[in-house]
Design a protein around this ligand. Structure first.
Ligand code: ZN
Length: 431
């Protein structure tokens, strides 16, 4: 039997708190899960620094990736007897679902910004490069690794396949919303996925939703909206991200200045040099990063030492509402005051902005084109979701941005009371 068709003698199941069970019958999927590149995802948290706000959020990208695979598998079971579905692509969809986040590194988004990396590029590199994952995919077929990479990259010719993994209602989002809600313990983020899976239909190059399932989809869109503002953009998590970013900036700066570290940060050097090989990238996981943060608590450089201590022991920055468009004068005044009291404003006075678009209809040519969700009406016509749902119309196309100014309140409180700057800083920051 061809490798791609091989089944395990006995089905393997993973116990999963969100989907109850993840079922594996295909030999290829089982083999991929066993690779070192996939196992590495156990050592990368799904929500980065969110565990410093919601202590339950310690779940890994490994569990999310298995979850996405499982949702894709369930969608495909429902599609199996539909003439519009090309069954040949089943294994491709399963592999793309399983491997879609393979290139995420430790505290992904922060690392990407500081070291100018792109996790999607690393996902492609792991799938196409000299890796165990690539060996397995190549056994399926010579072209197969490229196909999997194309689906994840959204360039695969069959857009129906792409939309299962990335669209406004896809297996990726359906998993992370429920999983992140479960592990953070918030009451948002839950929706009736079973119902949505039952009303999904393959139609030409997209997945459409039977009109009778509209309310389940409304619930899903609202849960995404709530999760963004209640969990993903939580101001305390952003404080931890700000500190993480500043630690990385500081070590990078010290490295380039020729500073002598107490313990050479060997796994970071190619990141500082911005010349990161695939093997360097794969070796840096969150265990390694947190080890160095603890080492840096003992460094001679006071800024690095303080920031590392803040991160490890959760002494986060406080924040205040801040509008960078209206409060530039305050900003400049604070910047100077911070310098006067020896708090380097480059590290201790940080504006962070977050924004999200909860749902959008199609606007061709825009920076980030989003495929709309289509309802299949009883008369077989297609209708864009926000034209039928008042709730979705209410939030669609509306981008909300939130700006906050972060600062170490404890350090300001510790300034001597007779310093005139202390009162001035407090007057601007605490009003
Ligand atoms: Zn994902």
């Amino acid at each position: 039997m061809a490798y791609k068709d091989e089944k395990l003698n006995e089905e393997k199941v993973f116990k999963d708190p969100v989907h109850r069970y993840v079922h594996v019958r295909d030999r290829v999927i089982w083999d991929l899960i066993g690779t070192r590149e996939f196992q590495r995802l156990r050592r990368i948290k799904q929500l980065g620094t969110t565990y410093l706000t919601f202590h339950g959020a310690e779940h890994s990208r490994f569990s999310h990736s298995l979850g996405v695979y499982e949702i894709v598998r369930r969608i495909l079971v429902n599609f199996e007897d539909r003439p519009t579905w090309n069954r040949e692509e089943r294994l491709l969809c399963l592999c793309a679902g399983l491997l879609h986040d393979l290139g995420h590194g430790p505290f992904s988004h922060t690392f990407e910004k500081v070291f100018k990396l792109d996790h999607e590029e690393f996902t492609r590199a792991i799938i196409l490069g000299d890796t165990q994952v690539n060996q397995i995919l190549t056994r399926v077929g010579k072209e197969f690794p490229q196909k999997v990479a194309d689906v994840i990259n959204k360039t695969y010719h069959d857009k129906l396949v792409v939309s299962l993994i990335s669209s406004q209602i896809d297996a990726d989002r359906m998993d992370y919303l429920q999983r992140d809600a479960y592990f953070t313990g918030v009451s948002y983020g839950h929706f009736d996925m079973e119902r949505i899976l039952r009303v999904m239909r393959p139609l030409e190059d997209q997945v459409v939703i039977k009109e009778s399932g509209m309310h389940a989809v409304e619930d899903y869109i609202m849960s995404r909206y709530q999760m963004y503002w209640q969990v993903y953009f939580h101001p305390v998590t952003r404080s931890a991200d700000v500190i993480l970013t500043k630690i990385l900036h500081r070590v990078k700066e010290l490295y380039h200045e020729g500073y002598t570290f107490r313990v050479q940060p060997v796994p970071f050097i190619s990141f500082f040099e911005e010349d990161v090989s695939l093997s360097d990238y794969i070796h840096l996981d969150e265990g390694v990063v947190l080890y160095y943060f603890q080492m840096w608590e003992e460094e001679a450089d006071p800024i690095l030492r303080d920031l590392a201590d803040r991160f490890v022991n959760r002494r986060l920055f406080k924040y205040t509402e801040f509008n960078p468009n209206l409060q530039m004068k305050d900003w400049m005044e604070l910047y100077q005051l911070f310098r006067d009291v020896d708090l380097d404003p480059e590290y201790y006075l940080v504006v962070d902005s977050s924004s999200d678009l909860p749902y959008d209809f199609y606007r061709p040519g825009e920076e980030e084109e989003r495929l709309p969700i289509h309802l299949l009406m009883p008369n077989q016509e297609l209708k864009e979701l926000s034209r039928q749902s008042d709730i979705v119309e209410g939030i669609s196309g509306k981008k909300r941005t939130d700006h906050k100014l972060y600062f170490p309140r404890d350090a300001i409180e510790q300034l001597a009371d007779d310093r005139p700057e202390k009162e001035k800083i407090k007057r601007i920051l605490y009003r």
